[in-house]
Write a protein that binds this ligand. Structure first.
Ligand code: UD1
Ligand code: MG
Length: 451
C-alpha cells in the first residue's frame, strides 16, 4: 500500500533572472494563475499524499501560492539534487513514489505523469523513471543514456562527450523515484562535475550501481516547455490558451474565432454558448447554457445565467451576476451588481453596487453614482422599473417595482413603486425665436469673410 502512494516535490528555488522581474519566476501567471499553481492543479489529479515545494529565501509569495502545501527553503542553490534534499524532513518516513517536478515547467499533463507511475509499477519495477523528450534543439539538456537494459545514466550537456551529445533523447527533469531510497542516494551525490552542483540526474547512475533497474517514458516537447524568459512565458501562454479553447469547444461552446478568445484557467462555460471574436475572460467567470457573448467583451469574476446576451463591447467586473435571459449591451460596465432575469441594460451604462430587478429596462446612458470619493453605496431598482435615458441614480437610492424615471433625471431620493419620478427643469418654448435669430445674424454678418 505504502509503495502505491505518491508524494510530489516541486523545485522552485530558481531566481529566474532572465525574466528580469521583481516577481519570482514561478509566480508569473499563465491563463490567469501563477505557473506553480498549474502544476499543483495537475498533480492534484493524481491524489498525492504529500506535496512540498522547494523555494528560495524570501520567496514568501511562492510559499503562499503553494499553501496549504508546505514550502521548504533552499538557502544555497547547490543544484537540483541538493534542492530535493531539502524536502527530506517533509517526506520523513515516506516510502511510496516521489515525483520531482520543476516549477517552471507548468504545462506537463496528468496523463504523462500517470504513464511514469505506470512504468514504475510495471516489471522490472524501475527504481527511477525519468521523463525524456526529443526537442528540436537538444541545447543544454541532459542526455539519457539508454541500452537494451534500459536507462543507464543521465549525462549533463556540459559533462557529455561528443558521442553523448549526439543523443537526441533528453532529460525533461521530471522524475519518479523510489521514496524509500531517494534520500539515501541524495546523501551519496557529489558535486564533482562541470557545474560543481549536486545533480539530481546522478540518481540514475547510483540506482544502477545498486543493481536496480531504471526506466524512462517520453513526453512531447510542447508539454515540457520550460519558462526561462518572457518569450518562453508567451509561448507557454499560447499552449495553455490552445488547450483551454479546445476544451471549451469540446465542452459544447462555439468559438467563432478561437485564436482571439482568451480564457482563464477556471473559466466555466455551459452548453451552446457562443463566443464571438476578441472576448477576454479574467478569473472567476461562470457562464450558463445558451449564452451569447458578443465580440470585444471583457468578463472577470462574473456569473452569467442561461440565455443571457452579453456585448458586444460589454464589461463585466467582479461581482456581476447576470440573470437568465438578461441583456447587457454595448459600452455597458457592470460591477458588483445583480441584473435579474430578463432585465435589459443595453447601451452606454455603468451599473455598480446595485440590483436591477427582473425585466427592468435601463435606458441608454444611465449611471449609478455609487461612489462619493469615500464610500460605496447601493442602488436598488425594482422589478419591471423603467429608467429613462441619461439618468443618474445617486446612491443610496431605491426605485420601486414598476416605477418610471423620466429621461435625464438626477435621482437623489427613493422612488415609490409604480410612481413616475422626473427631475429636470421644465421645457420652455418661444415661437419663431429660431427664425428671428437666424435673420438677425444673417444681416449682422453680411459681407464678412468667414475665418
Ligand atoms: C536540469 C537537468 C537537465 C535537464 C534540464 C531540463 C540537472 C542536474 N539537470 O538542468 O538534465 O535536461 O534541467 O530543463 O538536474 N533548482 C532549485 N535549486 C537548485 C537548482 C535548481 O530549486 O539548487 C530548480 C530550478 O528553479 C528549476 C529546476 O530546479 O526549476 C532546474 O534547475 P536548472 O538550473 O534550470 O537546471 P538545468 O541546468 O536546466
Ligand atoms: Mg533549466
Amino acid at each position: 500500500m505504502a509503495q502505491d502512494q505518491i508524494a510530489v516535490v516541486v523545485l522552485a528555488a530558481g531566481m529566474g533572472t532572465r525574466m528580469k522581474s521583481a516577481l519570482p519566476k514561478v509566480m508569473h501567471p499563465i491563463a490567469g494563475q501563477p505557473m506553480v499553481r498549474h502544476l499543483l492543479d495537475t498533480v492534484a489529479d493524481l491524489a498525492p499524499g504529500k506535496v512540498v515545494a522547494v523555494v528560495g529565501p524570501g520567496m514568501d509569495a511562492v510559499a503562499a501560492a503553494v499553501s496549504p502545501h508546505p514550502a521548504v527553503i533552499q538557502a544555497d542553490r547547490l543544484g537540483t539534487g541538493h534542492a530535493v534534499g531539502q524536502a527530506r524532513g517533509a517526506l520523513q518516513g515516506f516510502e511510496g513514489t516521489v515525483l520531482v517536478l520543476y516549477g517552471d515547467t507548468p504545462l506537463i499533463t496528468a496523463q504523462t505523469l500517470r504513464s511514469m507511475l505506470d512504468c514504475r509499477r510495471a516489471a522490472p519495477h524501475p527504481a527511477v523513471v525519468v521523463l525524456g523528450f526529443r526537442p528540436a534543439d537538444t541545447g543544454q539538456y541532459g542526455r539519457l543514456v539508454v541500452n537494451a537494459d534500459g536507462l543507464q545514466e543521465i549525462v549533463e550537456h556540459k559533462d557529455a562527450s561528443e558521442a553523448q551529445r549526439a543523443i537526441t533523447l533528453c532529460n525533461s527533469g521530471v522524475m519518479a523515484v523510489d521514496g524509500a531510497r531517494l534520500f539515501g542516494w541524495i546523501d551519496r551525490l557529489t558535486n564533482a562535475n562541470a557545474k560543481g552542483e549536486y545533480y539530481l540526474t546522478d540518481l540514475v547512475a547510483l540506482a544502477r550501481a545498486d543493481g536496480l533497474p531504471c526506466g524512462y517514458v517520453e513526453g512531447s516537447e510542447e508539454e515540457l516547455l520550460g519558462v526561462n524568459s518572457r518569450v518562453d512565458l508567451a509561448a507557454a501562454e499560447a499552449v495553455a490558451q490552445a488547450r483551454l479553447r479546445r476544451a471549451a469547444m469540446e465542452g459544447g461552446a462555439t468559438l467563432t474565432d478561437p485564436a482571439s478568445v482568451f480564457l482563464c484557467h477556471d473559466t466555466r462555460l455551459g452548453r451552446d454558448v457562443v463566443i464571438g471574436p476578441q472576448v477576454v475572460f479574467g478569473p472567476g467567470v461562470t457562464v450558463g447554457d445558451n449564452v451569447e457573448i458578443r465580440a470585444f467583451s471583457h468578463l472577470e469574476g462574473a456569473t452569467v445565467a442561461d440565455g443571457a446576451i452579453i456585448g458586444p463591447f460589454a464589461r463585466l467586473r467582479p461581482g456581476a451576476e447576470i440573470g437568465s435571459g438578461a441583456h447587457v449591451g454595448n459600452f455597458v460596465e457592470i460591477k458588483k451588481a445583480v441584473v435579474e432575469t430578463g432585465a435589459k441594460v443595453n447601451h452606454l451604462t455603468y451599473i455598480g453596487d446595485a440590483r436591477i430587478g427582473a425585466k427592468a429596462n435601463i435606458g441608454a446612458g444611465t449611471i449609478t453614482c455609487n461612489y462619493d470619493g469615500f464610500g460605496k453605496y447601493r442602488t436598488d431598482i425594482g422589478a419591471g422599473a423603467f429608467i429613462g435615458s441619461n439618468s443618474s441614480l445617486v446612491a443610496p437610492v431605491t426605485v420601486g417595482d414598476g416605477a418610471i424615471v423620466g429621461a435625464g433625471s438626477v435621482v437623489t431620493r427613493d422612488v415609490a413603486a409604480g410612481a413616475l419620478a422626473v427631475e429636470r427643469s421644465k421645457q420652455t418654448e418661444r415661437a419663431g425665436w429660431a427664425d428671428r435669430f437666424r435673420e438677425t445674424r444673417v444681416k449682422e454678418t453680411a459681407g464678412r469673410k468667414k475665418d
